[in-house]
Design a protein around this ligand. Structure first.
Ligand code: ZN
Length: 434
C-alpha cells in the first residue's frame, strides 16, 4: 500500500500525462490493460463472465469500467462511483489562426467556466484529437500533444491598465483571448502555418487534416507545496483528483480479486458544459452499459429493475475549501478545511444529489474506514455549482450522494488541494467497493 505522498505523486503524474479529456482515457487504458481489463466494443456482442474486468470507451473521452461481482446483481445492485474527465479552459476554433502585424494568433472558445485571468502569462500548449487522411488514404483519428510551451496570453502592462489591482483583470471574451503563436513572414498564411504545425505532429500532409478537438493546457508540471509539503498544485485537479481516487480504490489493494459486488467507475466528459451529450452524464452511456450487463447475464426486466433499485452512486467532485483570506465567501457553519477529510455536499434545491439517507450511508462508510468527514452547504446568497450526481441519479433512478475533497482556486488553471485528503478519499471509496 502506498503512503499518502506517493499517492499524490501518482495523481500528479496522472494529470501531467493527461492534458486533455482524450488523453485521460489513454492514460487510464495504459493503467488497466496490464490488469486484465478487456475493452468492450459497443458495436459488437458482449460476452461477460463473473469476476471479469471490462471497460467501454465512448468517443475517446468518456469511460465506464466495471468488474462483475459474485453476488447476483439483481440482489446486490451496482456500486458506482462517478466523476468527470473534463476541466474548464479554452478550445481551438476551426478557422483559428489569424494574423495581426505579423503575429499569428489562435482564436479560442471558452469551454465551461474557467477563471480567465489565471490563463495569462502561463506556458500554455495544445493537446487533443485530430482527424486526417493517412498515407494509405484512410481516415484516422489520432491524439496529439505539444510538449513545449507553444502559446501565450501575455498581460497588458499595468501602465496601460492602471485599475487592474482595484477592479480585477477583465478580459473581453471575443477580442482579448486569442493566444499568441508565432511571428510570420509576410507571405505566410496563418491557417496554413497552423495546419502544417499539426501535420508535423500527425506525420501527414497539412491538406490531409480535416478536423480537430484541441484543448489548451498549462505545461507546468504538478508540484507539492507548503512548509511540510502538505499541499499540492496542478491544473485539472477538478476533477482528475476524483477520477484518480476512484481508480485507485478499484485497482489498488486487492478489490479486483473476486469482488462480491459489481463495481463500476463511470468517468464522463462534458460535465463542465452541462453533461448533455451522447457521452456525457445526461446521455445514454451509463444506462446503456448497465442495461447491457444485465441483458448479457440473461436478466429479465424485473431483475434489471431490481438491480437498479438496489444500486448506489457516489458522485465524486471537488469541494470548495475555506480560504482564510476570504472568510465571508462561506456559510459560517459549513466551512470545510483542507486536509480535514472528504466533504459531503448537500443542497435542498438538488444541485447536489445527497439526501439524508444517502448521507447517512456515506457517513457510515467514512466511520468504518476511520476517515473524518466534513459537511458542506453553499451560501444562500450565492448560486451553487452542481455535479453529475443529480443528473445520473435522476437518469438511472438510483440513490446517490455527492462528495469531494476540499480544494482552493477551483477552475483556475493552477488549482491546489491537500495531500491528506486524497488518501482519505481513496480509503472511503475502497470501503464502498468492499
Ligand atoms: Zn468538477
Amino acid at each position: 500500500m502506498r503512503n499518502k505522498q506517493e499517492q499524490v505523486q501518482d495523481l500528479l503524474a496522472f494529470i501531467d500525462t493527461s492534458p486533455s479529456p482524450w488523453h485521460v482515457i489513454e492514460t487510464i487504458e495504459a493503467a488497466i490493460k496490464p490488469l486484465g481489463f478487456i475493452k468492450l466494443d459497443e458495436t459488437a456482442k458482449w460476452l461477460l463472465r463473473t469476476s471479469g474486468r471490462y471497460y467501454v470507451v465512448r468517443d475517446d473521452s468518456s469511460v465506464v469500467l466495471f468488474v462483475v461481482g459474485k453476488k447476483p446483481v439483481a440482489d446486490a445492485g451496482f456500486r458506482i462511483i462517478g466523476a468527470h474527465t473534463d476541466s474548464p479552459g479554452f478550445r481551438i476554433r476551426p478557422n483559428a489562426a489569424t494574423t495581426n502585424h505579423g503575429f499569428a494568433r489562435l482564436s479560442v472558445e471558452i469551454y465551461g467556466g474557467p477563471i480567465l485571468a489565471t490563463f495569462t502569462d502561463r506556458d500554455l500548449s495544445l493537446a487533443g484529437r485530430i482527424s486526417h487522411i493517412d498515407q494509405q488514404g484512410n481516415l484516422t483519428h489520432q491524439l496529439i500533444r505539444f510538449d513545449q510551451s507553444l502559446l501565450r496570453l501575455p498581460n497588458l502592462a499595468i501602465h496601460m491598465n492602471r485599475g487592474v489591482n482595484e477592479e480585477g483583470l477583465k478580459l473581453h471574451k471575443q477580442n482579448e483571448l486569442p493566444l499568441l503563436l508565432t511571428q510570420l513572414a509576410e507571405d505566410q498564411l496563418p491557417q496554413s502555418f497552423f495546419k502544417s504545425l499539426l501535420a508535423q505532429k500527425t506525420g501527414t500532409d497539412a491538406n490531409q487534416i480535416l478536423s480537430w478537438d484541441l484543448s489548451v493546457y498549462d505545461t507546468q508540471k504538478g508540484a507539492f507545496w507548503g512548509a511540510n509539503q502538505e499541499f499540492y498544485a496542478n491544473s485539472q485537479i477538478d476533477n482528475l483528483a476524483s477520477c484518480h481516487a476512484a481508480l485507485q480504490a478499484l485497482l489498488d489493494g486487492g478489490i479486483l480479486e473476486n469482488p462480491e459486488n459489481t463495481l463500476v467507475c463511470a468517468l464522463f466528459d462534458h460535465e463542465e458544459i452541462g453533461s448533455e451529450s451522447h457521452i456525457g452524464a445526461a446521455g445514454s452511456f451509463l444506462p446503456d452499459v448497465l442495461q447491457r450487463i444485465c441483458s448479457t447475464f440473461s436478466m429479465d426486466r424485473e431483475d434489471t429493475a431490481r438491480a437498479f433499485a438496489n444500486s448506489f452512486l457516489i458522485s465524486a467532485d471537488m469541494a470548495h475549501a475555506y480560504h482564510p483570506n476570504f472568510p465571508s465567501a462561506y456559510d459560517a457553519d459549513h466551512k470545510v478545511l483542507v486536509n480535514q477529510g472528504p466533504v459531503i455536499k448537500s443542497n435542498s434545491n438538488r444541485r447536489y444529489s445527497s439526501e439524508s439517507i444517502s448521507v447517512a450511508c456515506l457517513i457510515q462508510y467514512c466511520e468504518n474506514a476511520n476517515v473524518p468527514y466534513q459537511r458542506y452547504s453553499h451560501r444562500s446568497d450565492l448560486p451553487c455549482g452542481s455535479t453529475i450526481g443529480p443528473i445520473v441519479s435522476a437518469k438511472l433512478g438510483i440513490r446517490s450522494v455527492d462528495i469531494g475533497c476540499p480544494m482552493w482556486a477551483m477552475h483556475s488553471v493552477r488549482e491546489s488541494a491537500g495531500v491528506q485528503d486524497h488518501e482519505y478519499m481513496i480509503k472511503v471509496m475502497k470501503q464502498f467497493f468492499q
